[in-house]
Structure formats: structure tokens, C-alpha cells
Ligand binder design. Sequence first.
Ligand code: MV4
Length: 447
Amino acid sequence: MFSKILIANRGEIALRILRACRELGIKTVAVHSTADEDAMHVRLADEAVCIGPAASRDSYLNVAAILAAATITGAEAIHPGYGFLSENADFAETVEAHGLTFIGPTADHIRMMGDKITAKTTMEALGVPLVPGSDGELKSLEETRAVAEKVGYPVLIKATAGGGGRGMKVAQSASELEEAWSVARTEARTAFGNDAVYLEKYLDKPRHIELQILADNHGNVVHFGERDCSLQRRHQKLLEEAGSPVLSAEQRDAIGRTATDALAKMGYRNAGTLEFLYQDGQFCFIEMNTRLQVEHPVTEMVCDVDLVREQIRIAAGEELGYTQSDISFSGHAIECRINAEDPDTFAPCPGTVAVYHPPGGLGVRVDSALYTGYRVPPYYDSMIAKVIVHAPTRAQAIARMHRALDEFVVEGIKTVIPLHRRILADPEFQKGEYTIHWLEQFTSRPH
Ligand code: MV4
């Protein structure tokens, strides 16, 4: 096991990783920008190194400064958290080239999944179901037309270097195809320096359901069930649940078996998430995330597992020590992301937290790096806390989240807590009847 880990991140996820390290008896090194001198992760870590000015590209994305911090502190491994360098294959490779351990998958697997066409063709060959569409890259407009006719309109043209909603163009009918094809290619070239695009049938009312996987370096692969992440706005998730309100235990077992078999054949290691669109009872793989995700706590609550601890153990070469049949699912968990934003306009709202009083009690978890008097800097993501609840049933989890948010005091800055209250009170949400489009319609309704 490692004796010292550098945490290449900030905010709540830096604390989350730091806590797992403490429980494993591992010393921690925090890195921070000049804007984060008073941040909680700096205060709680055993050591802290300033790696540059406020702008992320000069600090949290500064590979040379992070490697220097690891070297001078004698850290043996680096946990990247999510965002920043977490899915940067070159970073993972550089970390390993310096004799350190990257806590995550191999650089090759990060690269493979970062290219969406390679990710899809790899998964298809391993028996994972896909959205009907092109067989890899579209080489010409003529080929694009032929595939669109075959799968039927509407269709989506997606950039292979895109993902997470970036670089997609819809064509409702044949008359829109040429425009969609050329705009998608031009945008892909400008945004990603790679104009390779592919085509999928456009699913009009899917849910976003993702599956959490862990794989060790000894060929053991398990899944921890699904998260329903359909409630998002502009590709920013707002509320996530485990399990999905629409999935049966049998459906979970089936897709879980398909996914773990595929990742075992790939030789994948550490944590990963397979993203699916789920519509009319069918799972269609779209992308894979090769990092720990923001919403991992809902899985931790229903499976009673510490996913960060597992990531660290796996990176240190330990075996999982359990199999799929040892993993069970208990109750229901919901996560509300609390952003420092105006709840109606979503304009970021950094500033000083005049009063901070987090909720507590049975089944309530708050992952946050906030404290009274903390100044939320304007340079980074606006997410300032995650409230996670766990209860025997979905209805009880909703009631518990309502209660927790009523207790939550964050004064001095605006947050999206009032929006979460409205969502939780909505009859359609309570019935679990929503698709990826539901939140956008909900937030544009008068209230
Ligand atoms: C789609 C789709 C409909 N049909 N693919 C957006 C993010 C990226 N991960 C994939 N995305 C979508 N792909 C097909 N064939 C609709 C979306 C989509 C979406 C997906 C998940 C969560 C939120 C979304 C919001 C808008 C569009």
C-alpha cells in the first residue's frame, strides 16, 4: 500500500479522496492555486504545495508543477479526482513515466474511451448494445445519407473527440443532413482538432442511465449497479439517483453481466462508468467515463462500498477480494448538487459564505469543502456541495432529501436549493416519470 498520495484536485472531491486516504493510513499532499490558499483541502491535508495562479490551466492543469509537487513531497501515487486531468491520457502516461502510480485506468484505456468511435466499436465487438448508426467514422456525405436512410430520421452527427454533449448536430430529415454533416465536421475540427464524425439514430425520449464498474489488476471485474442521471440542464447533471426508478433487478443483472464481461475481456482496470441511453426497455451504450464521477456517492450508499478506497487499493495492486454475488443493493439514494448559482437564471454566484450550517441526521451525507466565512472563488466550477440521502424506499429518500434541504443553511451566496425543493415536490418527479428533457422543460415553466 502507498504511504503518501498527492491529490491533484480541489473542493469537495479533494476532501473525499483525503478522507479515504486517512482511513487507509495514507499521508496526503494537497496542491492548490493562489486563489485556494484558504481552501479546506489545503487545511486538512498533511502537506500542501502551491502549484500556480488562479487560472486552472496554470495550476490544476499544470502537469509539470503537479509532478514537481509529487517529487519534492515524496508522494508515490496521484489521484486526479474528476474533471481537470482525470481523463488526460498524456498526464496518466507522464505520471507513470516518472515512476509514480496514476490512480485510475491505463493511459491506453483512457485514450481509447476518449475517442468515441473507438469506444463504440470496441464495446460492440464485446457484445455491448449500441444505438443504431454508422459503423465507425463517416467518410463522405454519400455514406452519411445512406446510413441515415437505413436507420431512419431524425439522426445525430457526433464528433468522435466530443462527448458529454459537445460536438453534436441533429438532422430532423434528409433536407437537413448536408448542413448537419458540414457544421458538425467544421465544429469538430475547430473545437477538437479532429473532424472525424459518426452518426446515430436520434432517440427522442431516453433516460441517461450509467453503470458503475470496478476492475482490479488480477482479472476481477464487478459492477455496483446503475445511476439514473437524466435530470440535467445543458449537459450539467443536477440530481442523480441509485437505482433508477424504472429498472428491475433482472434488467440490472443483465446489463451488469454484459458490461463486466466486456471490461474483463478488455483488461480494463480501476473505476469506470458505462453511459447508456435507455428507451423502450433497451440499453444503448454511448460513452464510457474512465474516472471517478461526481455522483459516485449514491452508488456508495446503496452498495455500502467506499469507491475511492477501492480505487486506491486496486492501484496499489491489491485484489478486490469479493465477487459480484457479494454485492447487494439496499434501499434508494438521491444526490442533489448544490451550485452557487441563481436558481432561476443559473448565473454563477461566487462570494463569501456568511453562514454555513449543513444538514445531518439519519441517512444524510454532505460532501462539501465549504465553511462559514469561506469565499467561493469565481475561477472554478460552481458546485459547492452535494447532499446525499439514503433511505429504504424512493419515497422515503425524497422525504428525507426535502427535510435535509430544509435544514441546510447557506447564507451570503445564492444556491440552487430552492430549485431542488421544487423538483422534489413535483408529482412527475415523485412518480419517477422523466427523461433527459424533463428538467429543461421544468425550469422554463413559470413558478
Ligand atoms: C444522444 C441523444 C439522443 N440520441 N444520442 C448528450 C451527451 C452525450 N453524452 C450524448 N448525448 C445525447 N446523445 C442519441 N443517439 C441525446 C443526448 C442528450 C443527452 C444525453 C444524456 C443526458 C442528457 C442529454 C441531453 C441532451 C441530449
